[in-house]
Design a protein around this ligand. Sequence first.
Ligand SMILES: *[C@@H]1O[C@H](CO)[C@@H](O)[C@H](O)[C@H]1NC(C)=O
Ligand SMILES: *[C@@H]1O[C@H](CO)[C@@H](O)[C@H](O)[C@H]1NC(C)=O
Ligand SMILES: *[C@@H]1O[C@H](CO)[C@@H](O)[C@H](O)[C@H]1NC(C)=O
Ligand SMILES: *[C@@H]1O[C@H](CO)[C@@H](O)[C@H](O)[C@H]1NC(C)=O
Length: 507
Amino acid sequence: MRIREILLLISALYAVEAANECDLRSVEDGSVCVCNSTYCDTVPEVLSLSSGEYQLYTTSKDKLGFYSSTGKFVEATTTANTVTISDLDTTYQEIIGFGGAFTDAAGINIALLPADAQDKLLESYFGKDGVQYSMGRVPIGGTDFSTRGYTYCDTQDETLESFALQEEDIKYKIPYIKKAIDLKGTDPFKLFATAWSAPLWMKTTDSYTRFGQLKDEYYGLWAEYYIKFFDSYKQENISFWGVTTQNEPINGIIGININNLGFLPNQMNKWISANLGPRVRNSSYSDLKIIAHDEARITLLFFNLFTLSNDDVVGYLDGVGIHWYSDTVIPPIALSLASTSKKDLFKLSTEACNGFLHAQGLEPAVQIGSWDRGVAYIKDIFENLENDVVGWIDWNLVLDTEGGPNWVDNNVDAPIIANATAGEFYKQPMFYGFGHFSKFVIPGSVRVDVTTNTDLKVLAFLRPDEKLALILWNREDAAVTAEIQILGLATLLEVPASSINTLLYLP
Ligand SMILES: *[C@@H]1O[C@H](CO)[C@@H](O)[C@H](O)[C@H]1NC(C)=O
Ligand SMILES: *[C@@H]1O[C@H](CO)[C@@H](O)[C@H](O)[C@H]1NC(C)=O
Ligand SMILES: *[C@@H]1O[C@H](CO)[C@@H](O)[C@H](O)[C@H]1NC(C)=O
Ligand SMILES: *[C@@H]1O[C@H](CO)[C@@H](O)[C@H](O)[C@H]1NC(C)=O
């Protein structure tokens, strides 16, 4: 080999693609990273490590974006201020994935950006140099994050022959789901579907929102409607991994102003055990994971009492979906209520967002740049993962600067806010906080024991590629110095004030 070829070979071996740094903009409530059609920050490449080496990614309140550094572990020296993994023998849940929802609002906002900015936005979530979401939630029809109330069969038709996907699917959901699938390539990407409202003619009230339940005679047809949805998306080459049994079934009972379909626990049991369950299992989608509950932690008590105790119902289920809307008032111990059935059901966090008290006039929908809202995500994800939850799914992937569009004025916040006027979008602290989990705690990772005598909050996972991923969250306004000790070796880290960090280490 000639010298030049040798040099080229060496440079190829050591070439680490330079990442784009955050284009930081300070705004009233904090700071964001700004992206447009020509520029967007990326996550520095995950390096292959030799035994004893680590790679550390850091995002702090003062410095948004993933900053990467590397180092090597040596002999452990101290017992003070440590974060310790002493063995890998005790294991907990296996992670299924992390992601967000392909709502109409998300698609509408993406579509308003210049084409190159659209690509950068989707790459930020799903690309190899983005936070690599591994799951997506897809509404079956409209939600409150639509610009109108609609279903796939608005005019009474008991044959469902007139069932048809709508413009929203064609323009705002399917193209972006397909781009996400392309960006994921061969990496796992799991989609699950959720319905909000049935066609009005199937409901007890003539309304998408407030009060309304399924008429008795349409329980079977409503299950057929789900199958039609999976058929229609299959024709678009989009396959699903799971389905939830109904978005927040309590909403239609208590009269919440969001597209809904109310089920009391006994009605939900009947719908699952006599209709949805048998119909799905006897279809070409028989492997779909059926995820029940799909509402806030606060209703887990009723779900535990009435549904998980019913073996006929549980026989059809694979998982329990839990939304975040009562997490600040109901302690995480309540999650144990979801683990009481005879069959082992996974617990998946299926919806979350900041700003949801905006509709009650209690907080702004959007608070661009808020570190506290990023912290709220981090805190909730910690709490869920510490309690055996297998994944965490955000609500809208993207909203506009007002937190919409939402046809019933239920605007909220999202990790990415698009500003169509400027042709740019803003990646908020929520994006980075959540990204530290979605990017590094890859599907198939298993939680292991980690302890600390510092002020840090810590979680640890053993990934399928044998690397350990430690999440180190410093909630304090001051840096915390800690010796990270893993299986007898150690390194000293200064964890910046108000920061979230992921340490990847190959034992
Ligand atoms: C996009 O952002 C970059 C970095 O801030 C800037 O240099 C460039 O002018 C922007 N492009 C457009 C089209 O606004
Ligand atoms: C689905 O995939 C098949 C096979 O790759 C292809 O022929 C067909 O055009 C695709 N359909 C759509 C709607 O993309
Ligand atoms: C299962 O589906 C087939 C047709 O696909 C139907 O003939 C049969 O009655 C169904 N069985 C049940 C139990 O629903
Ligand atoms: C959106 O962009 C416009 C045009 O550049 C600007 O005037 C406005 O302040 C931006 N909105 C936000 C919330 O940043």
